[in-house]
Design a protein around this ligand. Structure first.
Ligand SMILES: [Zn+2]
Length: 408
């Protein structure tokens, strides 16, 4: 158990503090004391509000004419409303652009074009057979990503995913065949730094696109984009197999090349088969099970009940409100960033669970957080999540709180 709670510094909070105060004042008029209390709740005890810093921000916003003071309370001015809605509109536009599935598929296609060109050029000048073989594979990937893009444009996603699965199986067979021929006659591979570097670049670019396509594919529930993301993930395995082959050759075990290739080809064929069977089900009208192809999406679906509970409790701890208002805010907060597109039933389930566990209750048309709810909120805020690369992360951190605050 962790004893000393990690506290956020004034400097870390400062950047967002002005926006946060404007949002709190938009929700309802507040005195300075109330604002300080709400800020403490927003950071769930991770930041003890600095009175002077808050004062500074308030007087700046007064000077900017975003807020005004009436008796002891701060109110948002017309200009303040405009400033907040402009910011929201700007951020929404940016997000829509980044998470458009058509744009994502197009970027990925051009990424493959660039990668394939790079591999052909470096392969040609260095004479690396492995690199040229990978360039041919990447050229096939251009076709696969073009099919994805066309499938999205024509609204024939399941068909595109099915074709993608067949292409992936084909690639698996190609790699299997290639490794078998290398088994019988191991090639004399020469290690070239430039070839190695190119493969590393390939892994990095594919890593980025795989994540990006899973993210956009999950949010838009796009089977073809997720299928393509999965294919890109297998491209990383193929590149690692090529690296292992080169490493083996340099250590005097040229057979490693064929073994790595054979192992990867089996996984690719299984993956291609999975894609084919999943897209067939989608073609029959079933909901796509996107998380099957991504640990990233799977992990997010697993934390959904807790994350949803945290957000509802967090909002209600700041202010009581009607159920509709609360659900609207939860959608803003959770829906904007969650990598899987959530349905109305997902949001409803969160409320049902919280009521059943007696963490919230309804009184005179308003939802109110219970004492148990407050304790659960604190517990969730400090809940550790699986550490990655030895770095321990909390379920909720400063970055998340700031992201959530954008929805208030
Ligand atoms: Zn590929």
């Amino acid at each position: 158990m962790q004893k000393d709670k990690k506290m956020y510094k004034d400097k870390q909070v400062n950047k967002k503090l002005g926006w946060l105060l404007l949002r709190l004042i938009r929700m309802e008029k507040n005195s300075e004391k109330e604002l300080l209390e709400k800020l403490r709740k927003i950071y769930v005890g991770g930041w003890i509000p600095n009175k002077n810093l808050v004062k500074e921000h308030l007087s700046y916003q007064m000077k900017e004419n975003n807020i005004e003071k009436n008796a002891n309370e701060y109110l948002l001015t017309k200009k303040g409303y405009d400033v907040l809605s402009e910011r929201k509109e700007r951020m929404r536009k940016l997000r829509d652009k980044r998470t458009s599935k058509e744009a994502c598929a197009a970027y990925s296609m051009w990424g493959n074009v660039g990668l394939s060109l790079l591999e052909f050029i470096v392969g040609f000048f260095s004479g690396s057979i492995g690199l040229i073989a990978d360039a041919i594979h990447t050229a096939v990937d251009i076709i696969a990503s073009a099919i994805t893009w066309i499938g999205i444009r024509l609204d024939k996603e399941a068909q595109a995913a099915l074709t993608g699965g067949i292409v992936l199986c084909g690639i698996g067979i190609f790699i299997a065949f290639e490794s078998m021929t290398k088994f019988s006659q191991p090639a004399n591979i020469q290690i070239q730094v430039i070839a190695l570097l190119t493969i590393v670049v390939n892994i990095i670019i594919n890593g980025f696109f795989s994540y990006y396509k899973f993210y956009v594919g999950g949010r838009t529930r796009s089977i073809s984009l997720v299928a393509d993301a999965y294919h890109t993930k297998t491209d990383i395995w193929s590149s690692i197999a090529v690296l292992i082959g080169l490493l083996g050759a340099s250590l005097g075990f040229p057979v490693l090349d064929s073994v790595a290739g054979a192992v990867v080809s089996v996984f690719i064929m299984i993956g291609g088969y999975e894609l084919i069977s999943e897209s067939k089900e989608v073609l029959q009208g079933k909901d796509p099970k996107l998380e099957k192809f991504s640990k990233f999406l799977q992990a997010h679906l697993q934390v959904l009940p807790d994350r949803g509970a945290f957000i509802v409790l967090w909002i209600l701890n700041i202010q009581t409100m009607s159920r509709d208002e609360c659900q609207q805010k939860v959608k803003e907060v959770l829906g904007e960033r969650f990598p899987i597109g959530l349905k109305d039933t997902d949001y409803q389930n969160i409320f049902i669970r919280l009521k059943k566990e007696n963490l919230i209750h309804l009184s005179k048309g308003k939802l109110i957080i219970t004492q148990e709810g407050r304790e659960t909120l604190k517990r969730l805020a400090e809940k550790p999540v699986a550490s990655r690369f030895g770095i321990r992360k909390n379920f909720i951190d400063l970055k998340r709180i700031h992201t959530f605050s954008e929805g208030l």
